[in-house]
Design a binder for this molecule. Structure first.
Ligand code: G3H
Ligand code: 13P
Ligand code: ZN
Length: 292
């Protein structure tokens, strides 16, 4: 029984100067890869379902698979909604048994983002579900925005302090130079801004779009206050590359398990590497001691 809420995990990580890996689960094999990697590293982990994953598999399948995986795991696992789009979707996920939700009101004017996030905290907190919100716009590599334009969407530290004070969220996703998906060049993070946010805000901070960010930058982000690191693209890339190779090596193979197995192994390897980079390797026991 190791299904846990995310807030206690993240507070512990933030205090210890390490981060919890939050890995997107797109199908059963990737979910198994996340759990296998976490168990091999004896690390706590967050399994998260994106909007695309929910659309692809259906919330019922995702919830049943992820909750089973978490309960059966030998390490602490939180099950999290990634980029929740509405109050109603959050309620559906809480009802399905998720232990953590993100409400992404980052596209809304500040007052509306605050009001929506407050509503979510109001329903989630009494039932022990953690809430992550987003301030600033993280966006995607595919959005054709120049870096200077993108900076206009970076999280404002003073606004972040007000946002957290008024919403009482458990964690905050910040825009400091990362984007979702594959980078065209090398991402440059605004660490100074991140540290300023850290000094004004007392909840754990979340880094989205962390695939493709060099290891040194990830380490510095964690040292500057990031306690949850989201990874999707790097897993997809490893999975599909291994799948392509398996298909090419055995063009007559018709058993899906024979080609999906190597893809699952490749995803496991990438996730293990990330867990070690985030410093969460070997942290399962200390988490068991602080969560119910
Ligand atoms: O939010 C980050 C995800 O990587 C986007 O995933 O295309 O499955 O919604 P999605
Ligand atoms: P990447 O796909 O860029 O790793 O981003 C993942 C993410 O932020 C999920 O919320
Ligand atoms: Zn994201």
């Amino acid at each position: 029984m190791s299904l846990v809420d995310a807030a206690s995990l993240l507070r512990r990580a933030a205090r210890g100067g390490w981060a919890v890996g939050a890995f997107n689960c797109n199908n059963m094999e990737i979910l198994q890869a996340i759990i296998r990697a976490a168990e091999a590293e004896n690390a706590p982990v967050i399994v998260q379902a994106s909007q695309g994953a929910i659309k692809y598999a259906g919330l019922g399948y995702i919830a049943a698979m992820a909750l089973h995986a978490a309960r059966a795991a030998r390490v602490p696992v939180a099950v999290h909604l990634d980029h929740g789009t509405s109050f109603e979707q959050v309620v559906r996920c809480v009802r399905a048994g998720f232990t953590s939700v993100m409400i992404d009101g980052s596209h809304l004017p500040l007052e509306e983002n605050i009001a929506l996030t407050q509503r979510v905290v109001e329903v989630a907190r009494p039932v022990g579900v953690s809430v992550e919100a987003e301030l600033g716009r993280i966006g995607g590599a595919e959005d054709d925005i120049r870096v200077r334009q993108r900076e206009a969407f970076f999280t404002d530290p003073e606004e972040a302090a007000r946002f957290v004070g008024e919403t009482k969220v458990d964690s905050l996703a910040v825009a400091v130079g990362t984007v979702h998906g594959r980078y065209r060049g090398v991402p440059r993070l605004d660490f100074e801004r991140l540290r300023r946010i850290r000094s004004l805000v007392d909840v754990p901070l979340v880094l989205h779009g962390s695939s493709g960010v060099p290891a040194d930058a990830i380490r510095e982000a964690i040292a500057s206050g990031i306690a949850k690191v989201n990874i999707d693209t790097d897993i997809r890339q490893a999975f599909v590359t291994a799948l392509r190779r398996a298909l090419a090596e055995a063009p007559d193979e018709i058993d899906p398990r024979k080609v999906l197995g190597p893809a699952r192994d490749a995803a496991t390897d990438v996730i293990r590497e990330k867990i070690r980079l985030f410093g969460s390797s070997g942290r399962a026991q200390e988490i068991r001691e602080v969560v119910s």
